[in-house]
Design a protein around this ligand. Structure first.
Ligand SMILES: Cc1ncc(COP(=O)(O)O)c(C=O)c1O
Length: 398
């Protein structure tokens, strides 16, 4: 009989979105005449841009011709895409070697798979509230997690605490679910902490394309010293509408070298390369061909138009919260808006209230950790019309 990985028993059930769906289904079946507006989704709604689509079609055609057919590709990704990403960083003022770029099929898979590089007895520091994948993947590995609190007082941007000696630190900026974004000084504190404590920062920048303030860092490598202590995960999911198409990239700098228990040096770049070469046969050629078009001038312009569209929704939502005097964060350099539930309601009470009274669906903060208990997440990924209508209903509520 196989001995099973019983760490799976420690996982919280994927309760959040199932419970939301259950409550919404119950409401719509009892109230078929009341249309519901969904502002809870973390998925994009705009289709692929013209240039990405054209390149994807080209990629398919290339696979169908003996002159251009591509079989197995490099596990790390094609040089043309790794170089395009390195250039993209350069245009944003950040040096990242093409060799450090690993192409993958999702930031979700990579933030999950990276746990394999680390032994069980690390001190793993995770913010609360949090994107649940960091917690679940470490739990599956049987690793212990300690939490750092995101609160209104620290604007949901936890900072290093010298009394805690972490080995691995998860940071996500702009943040899901809170939309909060670290500035350079704050990230520098994290980098300094990591260098001093020989810790590794796992930096999730899946929403970097939503940062419009030129003073805010879009990459941890905008901070000096970060190449010695940080791995960065990024994705075309939200940048370019690739949530269904699947393409992401992870930066593992060669400077990330640590001493093992025998006093020998081990390179995280080398380990990740070995892991990917062994367990992954690369992202599909045609997807990478499509992804490269995202980084062209035209591709970037088209993506920006879509991001601007979403950010107009973020503005509509934020303006309403401002008008109502409700505390919120995010919505400026992020597609997420995170606010305090009015009337001292907890997030599930507020969920029911909003559904019942205004037929708006959002995401209760409790699903992202204990510090989310009294907060609520709305997203800007809907259509202008439905976002405006939702905020009109919201206005009439309070
Ligand atoms: C913080 C964060 N990281 C990673 C992901 C997943 O990205 P991908 O679609 O590339 O797997 C998401 C998706 O919602 C996210 O919110």
């Amino acid at each position: 009989m196989p001995k099973l990985n019983e760490n799976y028993k420690k996982l919280q059930n994927n309760y959040l979105f199932a419970e939301i769906a259950r409550r919404v289904n119950e409401f719509t079946s009892e109230n078929p005449d009341k249309p519901v507006i969904r502002l809870g989704i973390g998925d994009v709604t705009k289709p692929l841009t013209k240039s990405a689509l054209k390149a994807l079609h080209e990629g398919v055609d290339m696979e169908g011709s003996s002159d251009t057919f591509q079989g197995y590709g490099p596990e790390q990704g094609y040089a043309f895409l790794r170089e395009a990403i390195s250039d993209y960083y350069k245009r944003n003022g950040v040096e990242v070697d093409a060799d450090a770029v690993f192409i993958s099929d999702g930031a979700k898979s990579d933030t999950g798979n990276i746990t394999e590089l680390f032994a069980k007895d690390n001190v793993i520091l995770v913010p609360d509230p949090v994107y649940p994948v960091y917690v679940d993947t470490n739990t599956m590995d049987g690793k212990e997690i300690i939490y750092m609190n995101g609160t209104e007082e620290n604007h949901f941007l936890p900072m290093p605490d010298e009394s805690v000696k972490a080995d691995i630190i998860y940071l996500c900026s702009p943040n899901n679910p809170t939309g909060a974004c670290y500035n350079k000084e704050q990230l520098k504190e994290w980098v300094d902490y990591a260098l001093k404590n020989q810790a590794v920062i796992l930096f999730d920048s899946a929403y970097e394309a939503f940062v419009s303030d030129p003073e805010l860092p879009r990459s941890i490598y905008a901070i000096e010293g970060a190449r010695k202590c940080a791995i960065e995960f990024c994705s075309l999911s939200k940048t370019a509408g690739f949530t269904g198409t699947r393409c992401s990239y992870t930066i593992v700098p060669k400077e990330l070298v640590f001493t093992d228990s025998n006093g020998e040096e081990l390179s995280l770049h080398g380990m990740w390369n070995r892991r990917q070469s062994t367990k992954y046969n690369g992202t599909a050629f045609l997807i990478q061909h499509g992804a490269a078009a995202v980084f062209t001038e035209e591709g970037m312009k088209e993506c920006q138009e879509n991001i601007d569209y979403y950010m107009e929704n973020a503005r509509i939502i934020s303006d309403m919260l401002k008008k109502k005097g409700i505390w919120y964060t995010g919505g400026e350099n992020s597609p997420y808006i995170w606010f305090k539930c009015p009337g001292n309601m907890d997030s599930w009470e507020f969920f029911d209230y909003l559904l019942e009274k205004a037929q708006i669906v959002g995401t209760p903060g409790a699903g992202f950790g204990k510090n989310g208990k009294n907060y609520f997440r709305l997203t800007s990924f809907g259509k202008h019309e439905s976002t405006r209508e939702a905020m009109k209903r919201f206005d009439e509520l309070f």
